[in-house]
Design a protein around this ligand. Structure first.
Ligand code: BGC
Length: 269
């Protein structure tokens, strides 16, 4: 197989489970050296398990504990990665979580927690990545771009979501954060895009697909009639990070089986 990301160093945040783990494996299979980030001591074993799977398949990388909402921890993750591997070529801003509540019952803590990980975390990591991309510039043997950032957004950057106002606000915020910095740094040959996953089978939405009844209900929202898997997102991430997508900048690539097509309108309206 052609290794489209050979020799490139990728940091994937929130990579000890779910989409982050899947994207780490896909980037490693495409030849990237991966930094499998995880947030706390309790997630270390899961991150190590992801890395050993990667190594068994012939990939390389390391795990790194850092809470993306903490400036000092993010800075250390980047300096340690640069110390170990020389630079960073790809950032996948993936770490994200949900703390759902009816809006009138949502606590400030639930609001702040979701915004600080999902949105502030992407700001802090993107800032460090762009600083490194500018310092290093283009390495033509590796890529036409000086660096690539993929922000993990959601269909909920455009689809409102009752009961999840904090989460939807964080994803709407990611959309204009991504577009604003894509505009700001395009001249430096830095490409910044988002992936907007729909319903992907991971721990974050287990209740929505775990039982046949739940899955049937979920499929009403998915015209393509299947729930997504992390490999769907991994393939999109490899493409966006590779030179095949060299002219793609500032977009959200929805990988959602058509969830953003407003399926309710196929029989109504
Ligand atoms: C959420 C999932 C949800 C999906 C589709 C994602 O961003 O994290 O819980 O199933 O959007 O609604």
């Amino acid at each position: 197989m052609e290794k489209k990301l050979a020799g490139q160093i990728a940091i994937i945040t929130g990579a000890s489970s779910g989409i982050g783990a899947g994207v780490s494996k896909a980037l490693a299979a495409a030849g990237a050296t991966v930094v499998v980030n995880h947030p706390v001591a309790a997630t270390k074993n899961a991150a190590e398990a992801v890395l050993s799977e990667i190594k068994n398949e012939g990939g390389t990388g390391m795990t790194y504990q850092a809470d993306v909402s903490k400036e000092e921890e993010v800075k250390k993750m980047f300096s340690e990665t640069i110390f170990q591997f020389g630079t960073v070529d790809i950032l996948v801003n993936n770490a994200g979580l949900q703390r759902d509540a009816p809006f009138t019952e949502m606590t400030l803590e639930q609001w702040n927690y979701v915004l600080s990980v999902n949105l502030t975390g992407q700001f802090l990591c993107a800032r460090e990545a762009i600083r490194e991309f500018i310092r290093r510039g283009i390495t033509p043997e590796k890529s036409k771009a000086a660096g690539k950032i993929i922000c993990m957004s959601s269909v909920h950057e455009v689809i409102p979501w009752a009961g999840h106002a904090n989460y939807a606000a964080s994803k709407g915020g990611i959309m204009l954060l991504m577009k604003s910095i894509a505009q700001e740094y395009a001249g430096h040959k830095i490409r910044i895009n988002s992936i907007g996953p729909g319903a992907i089978k991971t721990p974050i939405n287990r209740a929505a697909w775990e039982t046949p009844e739940a899955e049937k209900k979920l499929l009403e929202l998915i015209p393509y009639q299947r729930v997504g898997v992390v490999e769907d997102i991994g393939a999109a991430a490899v493409w966006l990070a590779s030179d095949d997508a060299d002219y793609v900048n500032g977009i959200t690539l929805f990988v959602d089986g058509g969830m953003t097509l407003y399926p309710g309108f196929s029989t109504n309206g």
